[in-house]
Design a protein around this ligand. Structure first.
Ligand code: CP
Length: 293
């Protein structure tokens, strides 16, 4: 039995296929979690992940608590260990944890007996995002193995890029990390490129990452207004660049988007963009993860 989901690197190919089969079979509905309590414990903002976990858990019949850190005793100095053990004493069966610090969900597993799902820990991992991304790609192409996926932009700060990279390797797809030298060169990988345009004609999937301006304290150089403009000029997915992709290629983004920086609005909203499918699939895939755990 698997108890936690902390990293997409922990998933076997069989696990991934099980989750996708479950997501496809019941499309996020069933009574698997009747009588169970799921707690969303988010120390960072979220639109998609928190809402889709809430919808998924409710569709499975669970009681759902959206723990509000800003109005809790965390504001009076309660430490993380006391918060999570208190929530478990109140009946939590699953803790869904998002935190700005790397490794916190893993740390929480040492303090509680209930299941823990990593909903994003700093720059480290966001495994359910990777699962919904793969599910969306498979839904579109009918396969994953052999596809070439360009992961473009702020790889250095991206937990989404990490989890996606691990998961793509598991299913036999090829990743290429593309971005400015200072935002990709710290990552290991079979293939890294500092040039977007030369790679576009070879991609099946063009996966644009959010430029994470709020995490810039982790790198030595701040983004100035000029740098943001330069970034967009070299690595932004404009209509002209999107036209360099093969006709069959799709465009993805985990959200939230910086429209006009890493992706132009007319590209994000174009027919080849599957960004809204990613969001919709988040509910079915997260429901499948909850029932699988
Ligand atoms: N992709 C993602 O994690 O979005 P949220 O921050 O809105 O949850």
């Amino acid at each position: 039995m698997t108890k936690h989901l902390l990293s997409s690197g922990d998933l076997s190919l069989e696990d991934i296929n099980n989750i996708f089969d479950t997501a496809g079979r019941f499309h996020g509905r069933g009574r698997f979690l009747k009588g169970r309590t799921v707690v969303n414990l988010f120390y960072e903002p979220s639109t998609r992940t928190r809402t889709s976990f809430e919808l998924a858990a409710k569709r499975l019949g669970a009681d759902v608590v959206n723990f509000d850190v800003s109005t809790s005793s965390v504001e009076k100095g309660e430490d993380l260990r006391d918060t999570v053990t208190t929530l478990e004493s109140l009946g939590a069966d699953v803790l869904i944890v998002r935190h700005p610090n790397r490794g916190v969900p893993q740390q929480v597993t040492g303090w509680v007996d209930c299941s823990v799902i990593n909903a994003g820990d700093g720059t480290r991992e966001h495994p359910t995002q990777a699962l919904l991304d793969l599910y969306t790609i498979r839904e579109h192409f009918g396969k994953l193995a052999g596809l070439r996926v360009g992961i473009v932009g702020d790889v250095h700060h991206s937990r989404v890029a990490n989890s996606l990279y691990f998961a793509l390797a598991k299913v036999g797809a090829e990743s290429i990390l593309i971005g400015p030298r200072k935002l990709v060169s710290s990552r290991p990988g079979p293939y890294i490129s500092y040039d977007l345009e030369s790679n576009l004609p070879e991609l099946d999937v063009c996966y644009m990452l959010r430029l994470q301006t709020e995490r810039r304290q982790y790198i030595t150089t701040d983004y100035t207004r000029h740098e943001l403009k330069e970034y967009g000029k070299k690595f932004g997915l404009t209509k002209e660049r999107a036209a360099m992709l093969p006709d069959h290629a799709i465009i993805m983004h985990p959200g939230p988007m910086n429209r006009g920086v890493e992706i132009d609005s007319d590209v994000a909203d174009s027919p080849r963009s599957v960004i809204r499918d990613q969001v919709s699939n988040g509910v079915a895939v997260r429901a499948a993860v909850l029932s699988w755990l």
